[in-house]
Design a protein around this ligand. Structure first.
Ligand code: 2IT
Length: 446
């Protein structure tokens, strides 16, 4: 690590003690952009780096609600409004037991650069709550969402901050949140994305993260004159992102052989396609957060309890679950088994040591802020459609998504080419940073 990175990180560590996920995300970006800063005195003089690691605003609030037994429950809600240099704050809401300020700050920070890469005018934000939907009834989820929005509504708006879904927040939760916002404000506006089709949602939004991450991988393959045809692909997770990726990989001729949950992973040698992909939606809506029922339904598949899918031989690995789900040992196992491409669909799904291992082995690694940007990109397109009071067809949205993912890949190539290798991490960080930094320069010290 360069001395400048070290010195800067010391100050960030001192200001954000114990926020390990946030510090991890910052360090990765700072390592990539330090050479750009060293060459650009304007950035240094304007203290762009010092300002860009500080969220513009953090809102933390109480979320009280009454469960089905009449017991009062209290959760903690957050919205981190990280950076609005290039557009209204934009980013998802995560409802998961693990949610804390460090995780939401890392996600908001990542989102700032990701949204910049999409080419659309969106700033960075993230929010959520330490709410565990495990075993909750539909009514409990509704009451929780209503209480969450009863505070959040005063901080957001179609030109201020536009949340969406993330882990634990899908179409159902967005519906309850939207309903409460509309009741409180007496306004029908595009305040959230990932809405239902009948009330302002965009076609392809549910599929967008998975489709986009597959298009990103397709662009990486293309640089080596290769395609998905006949490739063995391992996915983790079984939620919305995994579902969209499985659909697109299969359509492009690849064979998806794994999915996973907190309980272990499923290996299906026959390929996870057709009705098996549809079944993922059923698994998710059960609220049980386990993947093992898959092998009861499709007995040819095998379930490996408490293990990760990265031990399975594959050509392309696509982590789709949660931060730091793929570590150095997993990376080494993948490399030993001949993996050629990684498309990171989860946010910060790979540890820094895992990424280092991929880079050393000259394996193409598409980082989350580039590879998973398709989700928020179609959210941006949903905002456009809402502003126009108009709906594009599936084909129109999908075409725009393809163009955006190619554009993101081109930016990675432009800023990340190192001899005959492309360091997509440096490329994404540098390209994402420059647009935000230049906008901050234009707007003065605010
Ligand atoms: O991590 C992400 O980019 C998302 N959860 C989607 C955010 C959005 O605003 O669609």
């Amino acid at each position: 690590m360069s001395k400048n990175v070290d010195v800067f990180m010391e100050t960030v560590r001192a200001k954000n003690p114990g926020q390990k996920e946030f510090l991890q995300a910052v360090e990765e970006v700072v390592e990539s952009i330090m050479p750009i800063l060293d060459k650009n005195p304007n950035y240094k003089q304007a203290k762009i780096l010092e300002r860009i690691v500080e969220p513009e605003r953090v809102i933390m609030f109480r979320v009280p609600w009454v469960d089905d037994e009449g017991e009062i429950q209290v959760n903690r809600g957050f919205r981190v409004e990280f950076n609005s240099a290039i557009g209204p704050y934009k980013g998802g809401l995560r409802f998961h037991a693990s949610v804390n300020l460090s995780i939401l700050k890392f996600l908001g920070f990542e989102q700032t650069f990701k949204n910049s890469l999409t080419t659309l005018p969106m700033g960075g934000g993230k929010g959520g709550a330490d709410f565990d939907a495990h075993g909750k009834s539909d009514n409990e989820i509704m009451r929780f969402c209503q209480s969450f929005m009863a505070e959040l509504y005063r901080h957001i708006g179609p030109n201020t901050d536009v949340p969406a879904g993330d882990i634990g927040v899908g179409g159902r939760e967005i519906g309850y949140l939207f309903g409460m916002y509309k009741k409180l404000k007496n306004e029908f506006t595009g305040i959230l994305t990932g809405k239902g089709r009948n009330w302002g949602g965009s076609l392809i939004r549910p599929e967008a993260t998975g489709f986009g991450g597959t298009y990103f991988a397709q662009n990486m393959l293309k640089t080596k004159n290769d395609t998905f045809e006949g490739k063995i692909v391992t996915l983790s997770g079984f939620g919305n992102v995994t579902w969209g990726a499985a659909l697109k990989v299969t359509e492009l001729g690849g064979k998806v052989v794994t999915i996973s949950g907190p309980d272990g992973y499923v290996y299906d040698e026959d390929g996870i396609s057709g009705e098996k992909i549809d079944y993922l939606l059923e698994l998710r809506s059960s609220n049980n957060d386990i993947v093992s029922p898959y092998v009861e339904k499709f007995p040819n598949a095998k379930f490996y309890p408490n293990k990760k899918p990265w031990e399975v031989k594959c050509d392309i690995a696509m982590p789709c679950a949660i931060q730091n789900e793929l570590n150095e040992d997993d990376a080494k196992a993948l490399i030993a088994n001949g993996v050629q491409y990684i498309s990171e669909l989860s946010n910060m799904g790979c540890t820094p040591e895992a990424i280092k291992a991929f880079h050393s082995a000259k394996i193409f690694f598409g980082p989350g802020k580039a590879a998973n940007a398709g989700g928020v990109a179609v959210s941006g397109l949903e905002m456009s459609q809402n502003s126009m009071r108009f709906n594009w067809s599936s084909e129109e949205v999908d075409e725009k998504l393809k163009t955006i993912m190619k554009d993101i890949h081109d930016q990675c190539v432009k800023y990340g080419t190192e001899g005959d290798y492309i360091n997509h991490v440096n490329g994404a960080n540098i390209a994402g940073f420059i647009k935000v930094a230049d906008s901050m320069l234009d707007q003065g010290v605010v």
